[in-house]
Design a protein around this ligand. Structure first.
Ligand code: IPD
Length: 281
C-alpha cells in the first residue's frame, strides 16, 4: 500500500464534489452544446471536457508525478499510458447521453490504480447527490454509510443491468445486435426477474454494489467507465470478472459484475462473448 494513498483519495473526493457542482449547474440549463465522437450515439459536451480539466488540473497540481487516463483526453488524441505510477482513471460524466437528455442518472467516476492495481474508486451522482466510495480493504460506502451487494446466487431471482450497447455497431456492424439480443433472450429464458438499463456503466455497477440489482454485463466499455465502480462492487462483497469467466482486466473493454461468484458463473455461461483489442497492456 502506498503510504500516501489516503491523502490521494481524500483530495480526489473533495475535487469530485467540486466537479459535481459544475455538472449540477450545467444539468439545469436547457441548452448545451453536444458533439459526437466515434459515432452518432457517442456524445460529448463542454461539461464533460470542463469536468475532466478540473479534475486533472487539480490532481496534477497536488500530485505532479501522477498519471491520468481520462475519457475526453483520450478522445482528444492522448495516448493511454498504463504504467506503475499512481494513475487516475477518469470519466467526467458517465452517462453523457442521460446528461444531454436531462435524465438524472449520471456519474463522475474517478478510479485510482497504483502499480496497475485498482486501489480506490469514487462514483458521484451530482444530481441525486449520492457519493459512492471504496478503497481496497476498507469496504464500500454511499454517503459514508456501508453498502453491501445482495447474496443472490440464482438467475431466477436476479435483476440484471444491461445495455443494448448500440455504440458496438461501430466495431461489429449489425451482427452486434444479434449478439446483444440473444444474450438478453438467454437471460430471459433462464428466468431472470427483469432487465434494467440505467444508461451509465457506473450507475449499473453501483446498483449491484448496493444490492438493488444482482448482475451487470457489458461489452465495449472503457477503463474509465468501470475502474472506479469495480472497486466499489468488490468492496461491497460483490464479484467482478471478465464475461468469459476469466479474471477481470480493466483494460479489456468488457465486464461482468454480480452479487456472488455463483451468479457470475451462471450468467457468464449463457452469454455469447465478443472480443475487443485491449486498450492497454
Ligand atoms: C457510456 C455509458 C453507457 C455505456 C457505454 C459508455 P459515457 O459512458 O456508461 O451506459 O453503455 O459503454 O461508454 O460515454 O456516457 O461516459
Amino acid at each position: 500500500i502506498h503510504e500516501d494513498e489516503q491523502k490521494f483519495v481524500d483530495f480526489a473526493t473533495i475535487l469530485v464534489q467540486k466537479a459535481g457542482t459544475l455538472v449540477r449547474n450545467a444539468f439545469e440549463q436547457t441548452e448545451s452544446k453536444v458533439d459526437t465522437k466515434l459515432s452518432d450515439t457517442d456524445l460529448v459536451t463542454e461539461t464533460d471536457q470542463a469536468v475532466e480539466k478540473l479534475l486533472i488540473d487539480g490532481l496534477s497540481k497536488e500530485f505532479p508525478d501522477h498519471r491520468f487516463i481520462g475519457e475526453e483526453s483520450v478522445a482528444g488524441g492522448a495516448k493511454i499510458e498504463w504504467t506503475d505510477a499512481p494513475t487516475w482513471i477518469i470519466d467526467p460524466i458517465d452517462g453523457t447521453t442521460n446528461f444531454v437528455h436531462r435524465i438524472p442518472m449520471i456519474a463522475i467516476c474517478v478510479g485510482l490504480a497504483i502499480k496497475k492495481q485498482l486501489r480506490a474508486g469514487i462514483v458521484y451522482n451530482p444530481i441525486t447527490r449520492e457519493l459512492y466510495s471504496a478503497q481496497v480493504g476498507n469496504g464500500a460506502f454511499k454517503n459514508g454509510f456501508p453498502i453491501k451487494a445482495s447474496k443472490n446466487e440464482s438467475l431466477k431471482k436476479a435483476i440484471l443491468c444491461q445495455s443494448l450497447g448500440l455504440h458496438n455497431r461501430v466495431y461489429f456492424g449489425d451482427a452486434w445486435l444479434d449478439v446483444a439480443q440473444s444474450n438478453m433472450r438467454n437471460e430471459a429464458l433462464a428466468g431472470v426477474r427483469g432487465h434494467r438499463s440505467f444508461g451509465s456503466a457506473a450507475i449499473n455497477m453501483v446498483m449491484v454494489a448496493q444490492g438493488s440489482c444482482d448482475g451487470y454485463v457489458e461489452y465495449g466499455i472503457h477503463a474509465w467507465d468501470v475502474a472506479a465502480p469495480a472497486v466499489i462492487v468488490l468492496e461491497a462483497g460483490g464479484c467482478v470478472i471478465d464475461p468469459t469467466g476469466a479474471p477481470f482486466n480493466v483494460m479489456s473493454r468488457k465486464v461482468l459484475a454480480a452479487s456472488t461468484p455463483v451468479l457470475a458463473k451462471d450468467l457468464s455461461s449463457i452469454l455469447t462473448h465478443v472480443t475487443f483489442e485491449p486498450e492497454a497492456i
